[in-house]
Write a protein that binds this ligand. Structure first.
Ligand code: Z5A
Length: 209
């Protein structure tokens, strides 16, 4: 089977990482060679940029334009050093967030020019356009409550945004998915992990056959 690129998108805490792992296990069980990766991140350089974007005090007060370009820089390296070689080697790449996160977080929620964001996204991704994107739709209040209850109590730079920001993100995703119905599968995130897993597997199988 030729290589395949599937991205996962959604608001904070919607269950992407959990479902990406579940889909990876199902695909591996079906005999596929699967690569699990994430954004920002996925290469040593891209992970260093992730630290700047989310955790490093140097990132505090970052302007939206810098944020956009750092996400794009991380992606340019990730696309060329990880995703494209894996696809060429006929692997299935599962990526936790990709270019749609930039369209929605920087373009919609940060109100940067849509045209600029699109151009920068295209430049960064190169040949790596997802064949399929799983959008897990969830009210941000629910996702943020999950994130706040899971860990150290410390929120990263992006997680400290106000609820309005995440509401704009959610609406941005739904509008984007409506313009690219062939690429997106929308799943209701307010269900059990087992139900989500089954719906995603059914959706992926349907699109792949
Ligand atoms: N960002 C951007 O602005 N522009 C870009 O171009 C890119 C990213 C690529 C990356 O965050 C941040 O960067 C993100 C967007 C921005 N910022 N925000 N805010 P990240 O990688 O650190 O985290 P995330 O991707 O936003 O999400 P997450 O915290 O990793 O959550 P998740 O992957 O969606 O969910 P999860 O880890 O699978 O589950 C979260 C918790 O809920 C966990 O305790 C689970 O056990 C629980 N869970 C999972 N599923 C369920 C269900 N179904 N029911 C109940 N509980 C559940």
């Amino acid at each position: 089977m030729p290589g395949l690129f599937i991205s996962f998108e959604g608001t904070e805490g919607c269950g992407k990482s959990t479902q990406l792992k579940a889909l990876a296990a199902r695909l591996s069980g079906a005999g596929h060679d699967v690569v699990e990766t994430r954004e920002p991140g996925g290469t040593v350089l891209s992970e260093a940029i992730r630290t700047l974007l989310q955790h490093d005090p140097a990132g505090e007060g970052m302007c939206p334009e810098t944020e956009l370009l750092l996400f794009a820089a991380s992606r340019a390296q990730h696309s060329r050093a990880c995703i494209q070689p894996a696809i060429k080697a006929n692997k299935v790449v599962l990526c936790d967030r990709f270019m749609d996160s930039t369209t929605v977080y920087q373009g919609v929620a940060r109100s940067l020019s849509t045209q600029r964001v699109d151009e920068i996204n295209k430049f960064a991704v190169g040949e790596s356009i997802p064949d399929l994107t799983v959008l897990i739709d969830l009210a941000p209040e629910i996702g943020l409550a999950r994130v706040r209850s899971r860990g150290t109590g410390e929120l990263d730079r992006m997680e400290r945004e106000a609820l309005d920001f995440f509401q704009a993100v959610r609406e941005g995703y739904l509008r984007l998915a409506a313009t690219e119905v062939h690429r997106f599968i929308i799943i209701d995130g307010d269900q059990s992990p087992e139900t989500l897993e089954k719906e995603i597997w059914d959706g992926v199988k349907q699109r792949l056959t």
